[in-house]
Each structure stands twice: as C-alpha cells, then as structure tokens.
Design a protein around this ligand. Structure first.
Ligand code: ZN
Length: 425
C-alpha cells in the first residue's frame, strides 16, 4: 500500500467499488484541469476555445465536452512552439530528462518519478521484491525503459539495464546473475529462447525465469503459448503508449487488461468523441495526471472495448479488451466503416483459409469489395465455401462483396489486410 494525498492507493490490487474509484478519478481530473488551466498553455487555450472553465467538468461523462487531442496536433504544436508545444508544465526545478519519441514528440520527464501504473502492471505479472530483472527495452530516447526501471525500484526489485541486442550476452547474464524476471518485446523473448536452444541449453532448466512482462508489440496467443511452454512460466502483457504511459495490464487470469488506477481511459466514437457503452469498439482515449506533461483526452489511435464483469483475480477495475487495430486502418466502403479486426473476426470462422485480404476498388463510381483467400489445402466444395464466406462477410461488415480464391503465395507477405485501391479523381 502506498500512501498518497488522496488516501487510497494499492499497488497490489484495486479493490474499490466503482463509485469510489470514479469519485477518486473525478477529484484527480478536477485537480489536473485546474492545474493545467493555470500552468499549461495548451490546456488554457483549450478551455478558451470551448468557452467554459474547468469547474464545468465535474463527472467523467463531462469529459465529452472537451475536444480530443490527436498525436498530429501535438507534433504540430511542438513544431510551432518548441520544445513542448505548450503541453509541458515546467517546474522551477527544471525537468530531469527530455524524451524524444517518434513523431517527433518531446516529452519532459519529472525529477521524482511517482507514476505507479507500470509498477502495478509489473506486480500483476508476478515481479516481486527481490527479483533480479533483465530490462531489455531500449533505454535511448523514448521513456518506456526508464519508466519500467523506476517502477522496479517502487517494487524493490533489482534491475539489469541491458537494453535490446546482443542475445548471447543476454543469455550469459541471465545465467550468471540468476535473472528471475524479463521485460521486453515478445519477439525478443522468442529470439532469446531460440538462441538458448541453439546453445544447447534448455530454457526451462538453464534459465531461472519466474516472470516475463512483454509489451510494445502485438502478442498473439499462439506466441504466448509457445513461450510459456518453452519457459514454463506465465507471460503477461501490458498496453500503453509513449505519450500517455500504461493504460492496461493483464493479471494472471488474462481476461483483458486492467486499467491502472491513476489514469482515465475512455472508449470513444472516433468521429464524434462521445463515450461508447461498455463492450462497444471505439478509440482508446486517455487523460493522465502527470504534473509536467498532462494529456487531456489524448487519442491513441488504437481500437479496443471495455469489459466490466468481475475478474476472478479480485481486482475491481474495468479492463480493456483486445487491441483490435488502428483507427487509421479503417476503410469506408459504400459509406460503411470496415476494420481489419472485423475481417479477422469473420475469417476466424473459416479454418480452411491460410491467408486473406480484402481489396476495395471502384468501378463506374461504385465501390467493389473483394475478399481474396488462400486455402490451406484444396477444398471439395469451393462454391459452397465461397457462398458461406460471402454471407458471413455481409452479416458482420454490413457490406456485400465477392470472394475469390487465389493460389498459395497469391497474397504477398505483409500485404495490408484491407487494401484500398480506389483512385479518386
Ligand atoms: Zn484480473
């Protein structure tokens, strides 16, 4: 339990009722909006534009009255008004670091790191006091590795600040220093497992890992199963962005990602900015309480949905479901939005398909949508399969299209799931 100004803060488990949690978040929201109004040019001018004062935002629902900030707006503001574009609130003591994230986005780092969110994520994944942890995230420029490093201090775990690269050195370190925790991308952990097998080691026996925390990449369930099997440990992931930090983490139950306590996460309609009901898919938008770089309704560009049913782990916080893709991958066909995740949802019902792609074209001012499918092996009733996929596509996407089968390799590797080839003249 970490004592904070507002009296309640539990590193281990969030067990407050929804009402208490929301009251806490509303208090923090009001605090950061007032603080931002006084000290942040960006937040001040946002209130000037909407024409009311921070007092008008009382409940979480009231956030809808404020505009969404997109990454491009942050990048542009920083170009016009370097380095922080009016978003930074610089304390008298100055800032400890300036992070540089893709965009580029410049982000001030505070002197005293007290963001508990990544520590909660690491705890949920099984990292404990006394663990020796290999941090393979990149320490250069972007904040993630350093935030995790600071969070390991909160947990009283030991960190080896190794960063990525040099796999055989990493394996030697893991053995010599009896490393019990791994932090990094799932693909890097897979490389370590592969390389240790190449060195005739048994990752289960010769590495001493107890917990692995992965992030910064998609983490398919098949990869998790493979890694968990090879290492005989739990592997849990978290979701966040460099601009707004940790927004969700898995517990042992892996039924979605618990939203940490010190952030407001909304799922919104990308077009209107209105909050969507529980379960509906929309854009993840975050409001953070950083004293030096607060973000109000920052749009992540990622799509997900909220889960509110109780989690058997005992945490009462709502959860983010799967990350379903990026908002900019959305394509409009016949005026209807189609998302790559919807295509995945349909095709998951057809195990015969090895690979698939939707191509949108335009003929005589009419949109045409064709789903190309590579089959794993020859299917006896191809016309029947074609009809079934077409029916299912129309059911889920609400757009009528054609299905065509192509030869193995007919869909290039790394092809866009929805390839929009329409030319607008
Ligand atoms: Zn849980």
């Amino acid at each position: 339990m970490i004592d904070r100004e507002h009296g309640y803060f539990d590193l281990e488990k969030e067990t407050r009722s929804k009402e208490r949690r929301e009251a806490y978040l509303e208090l923090r929201l009001s605090e950061i909006l007032h603080h931002g109004y006084r000290h942040s040019k960006a937040i001040h001018s946002m209130f000037k534009k909407v024409g009311f004062m921070p007092d008008a935002i009382k409940e979480l629902k009231d956030l809808e009255k404020l505009p969404i900030t997109k990454k491009a707006e942050l990048v542009n503001a920083q170009k016009e008004n370097p380095p922080f574009g009016g978003f930074g609130i610089l304390p008298e003591a100055g800032v400890r670091r300036i992070y540089v994230s893709p965009g580029p986005v410049f982000e001030p780092g505070e002197w005293d790191y007290d963001d508990i969110r990544w520590a909660q994520a690491l705890f949920a994944c099984g990292i404990r006091k006394g663990d020796v942890v290999l941090n393979t995230f990149n320490y250069h420029l972007t904040p993630l590795a350093i935030m995790l490093d600071e969070s390991l201090q909160i947990l009283e775990a030991t960190v080896i600040p190794v960063g990525p690269g040099n796999i055989s050195m990493q394996i030697n370190l893991m053995r010599q220093l009896q490393v019990t925790g791994f932090l990094g991308t799932p693909s890097f952990l897979m490389s370590i497992v592969d390389a240790s097998e190449g060195m005739r080691l048994d990752p289960k026996r010769d590495l001493h890992l107890k917990a692995a925390f992965v992030g910064a990449e998609m983490f398919p369930e098949s990869l998790r199963q493979k890694l968990e099997g090879k290492l005989d440990i739990f592997i849990r992931q978290a979701y966040g962005t460099v601009d707004v930090g940790c927004l969700g983490y898995e517990c042992v139950e892996k039924r979605g990602m618990h939203i940490p306590e010190d952030v407001i996460v909304e799922i919104v309609d990308t077009e209107t900015g209105k909050q969507l009901e529980i379960g509906a898919t929309g854009e993840i938008v975050a409001t953070t309480f950083s004293k030096v770089f607060p973000m109000i309704r920052f749009a992540t560009g990622d799509l997900s949905y909220l889960i509110e049913d109780p989690c058997p782990c005992g945490r009462t916080s709502p959860r983010l479901g799967k990350i379903l893709g990026r908002t900019d991958q959305v394509t409009k066909v016949w005026g209807i939005f189609i998302h790559p995740w919807q295509v995945d949802e349909v095709m998951a019902k057809f195990p015969e398909a090895a690979n698939y792609q939707i191509v949108v074209t335009r003929k005589e001012y009419r949109d045409q949508m064709t789903t190309y499918i590579e089959l794993k092996e020859a299917v006896a009733d191809q016309p029947g399969l074609k009809r079934r996929v077409e029916r299912e596509m129309e059911e889920v996407l609400k757009v009528k299209g054609q299905v065509e089968f192509v030869q193995k390799g007919g869909i290039p590797d790394r092809a866009k799931k929805i390839d929009d080839r329409r030319i607008w003249e």
